[in-house]
Design a protein around this ligand. Structure first.
Ligand SMILES: [Zn+2]
Length: 227
């Protein structure tokens, strides 16, 4: 009997030890969780302090510190105040817009670009029943020029009509256009309704405002650098 009691005592002791080990492990786990939360809080605090004091962490970047090419101004001006070369591009875009193939969106766009050698290439948007294969006017015009060996451009124009304002190139076209711009160049954008019938009203009137923007303004800090 005495032996059995001894054995029981031994097991009880062992059980107690196991219980305290388990408790220790659980405490260790809880402690770890608290330490991690404290570290996270410390990091967050440092980040916020950096932001408020202008330190390195979270400092708002001043874009003037980034490399810029010679950037052209962006402004609006009446059509009649534009130089002849700009008006010529807008007119070419208006003519190209007449051929727009837009059975789905009914949103015709015309574009034109002048190559470094002085040639003007124009194009319209071409839609597709499957949507994805569609092509914007800007890319149509540039593709025509590039396919004829003209790889550098000096000015461009886009003409469309939206009651709420100017229609600027989509993101894909901005990147496409950027490929063929050695330097920043002007893009003239006119918001011009399509004439009801041939020659009824000029698409762009002298007093109509034209947005003069540029390749860099449309796609700042792009992947490649200008010359
Ligand atoms: Zn586009």
């Amino acid at each position: 009997m005495s032996d059995k009691r001894k054995l029981l005592k031994k097991y009880m002791k062992c059980l107690d030890e196991m219980k305290s080990e388990l408790k220790r492990r659980q405490l260790k786990k809880t402690l770890k969780t608290h330490i991690k939360a404290l570290n996270d809080l410390e990091c967050e605090l440092k980040r916020r302090e950096g932001k408020h004091t202008g330190g390195k962490r979270g400092r708002v970047c001043d874009s003037s510190n980034l490399p810029h090419p010679q950037i052209l101004d962006e402004y609006t001006t009446p059509y009649c105040r534009l130089r002849e070369e700009a008006r010529e591009l807008l007119e070419a875009a208006v003519v190209a817009r007449k051929e727009a193939y837009v059975p789905y969106s009914k949103f015709p766009v015309g574009a034109s670009f002048r190559s470094k050698c002085g040639y003007v290439y124009s194009g319209c948007n071409i839609e597709n029943v499957a949507f994805t294969p569609g092509c914007c006017a800007e890319r149509t015009a540039l593709a025509k020029g590039v396919s004829e060996g003209q790889l550098t451009y000096t000015a461009g124009a886009v003409v469309a009509y939206h009651p709420k304002g100017f229609t600027t190139p989509c993101g894909v076209c901005r990147q496409f256009l950027r490929e063929f711009a050695c330097r920043d160049f002007p893009i003239y954008i006119a918001n011009a309704p399509c004439p009801d019938r041939e020659g009824a009203i000029p698409a762009i009137r002298d007093e109509d405002e034209v947005l003069v923007t540029s390749v860099y303004r449309l796609l700042p800090h792009s992947f490649s650098t200008f010359e």
